[in-house]
Write a protein that binds this ligand. Sequence first.
Ligand SMILES: [Zn+2]
Length: 420
Amino acid sequence: MTYPQVDPQPNFPRLEEGVLARWERDNTFAASVAAREVGTNGDNEFIFYDGPPFANGLPHYGHLLTGFVKDAVPRYQTMRGRHVERRFGWDCHGLPAEVEAEKELGIAGHPAIAAFGIDKFNDACRTSVLRYTDEWQRYVTRQARWVDFGNDYKTLDTPYMESVMWAFRTLWDKGLIYEGFRVLAYCWRCETPLSNTETRMDDVYRDRQDPALTVAFTLETGEKILAWTTTPWTLPSNLALAVGPDVDYVAVKHTDGNTYLLAEGRLGAYEKELEGAEVLRTVKGSELAGLRYTPLFPFFADTENAFVVLNAEFVTTEDGTGVVHMAPGFGEDDQNECNAAGIPTICPMDEHGQYTAEVTPWAGRHVFDANTDVIKTLKEMGVVLRHDSYNHSYPHCWRCAEPLVYRAVSSWFVQVTKFR
Ligand SMILES: [Zn+2]
């Protein structure tokens, strides 16, 4: 047998197109499935449900790369003699669908959607989610994948949704579903928590100037401990202070008669405010743990186990005073450390970012607007050592560009650790 002439500089894309044309002509994929028996009760079957990607955007490299793996495994099983049906799927739910529909309709956020009408909005989502199915089929076929587009599934199909409900119900029956009150990134304009993925998107972190306040808390010893914060609006719900167990702290006698405690490494940053102060002693953070202090505000003064100095490993001396003000309703670290010390999560902010009735002087005020009044009140109380502003990289909502807050929100969780 003589071999055909081989071009020393072959055109690979053309070779690929030749193979694809032959597969299409001979119906090779369908034949490879039909030629293999399903077996008794399907015991020779290997079932593959692809995806599902969103079809309201085009495929990117991530889809293409994983697509080759998704193709290699079913081909391997086919070569082993298995009957391998491969159904393609489409994801029609969740944020990508909503965001695309919002763009098309020129509206943004939960209140705008509610005003537009949820049923009308759902219709717009339904028409937008399958926009690029033809392009997807072309890309996936061109990369030489064998997958069945004719017998596809969609997450908006009722049987699909019922299967998800069945799975959730089964987890519930097994006692694996629980309601949690966890601190999440939250947009008060869109009235929705944001996932970790959404807070890691490009352009989410932007420079923002916030007030920076150094506040004195009175310890049971009569000494004052200095904490620094860029969210003065969280001070009404302060429930603890955190110090680093291995960090050195100094007690300094100020010319105003008070003794202040702060990290030794931060003394230089307060040169001006502490001018003429005399260092009395140095202590490790571990020795400060357990000291109680007087709450700044009366709103949550009865909270059990609160108003105590805690040790926390995350405390650094990079900025501030080396003492962290903790409001467990508004910070993930704050919540973890406080809850571990038996201090409950208290979150006096409503879904619009306004103080709830518990914070009596500013109830109904947006927390960012109330910042100035909170600072003014603290100054009148004589507890502010320094007030300046701080430029930092702060997360913003990628939909509406408003600055996010961290807020304890009630959500449902699966206890994955119980069965993994
Ligand atoms: Zn938003």
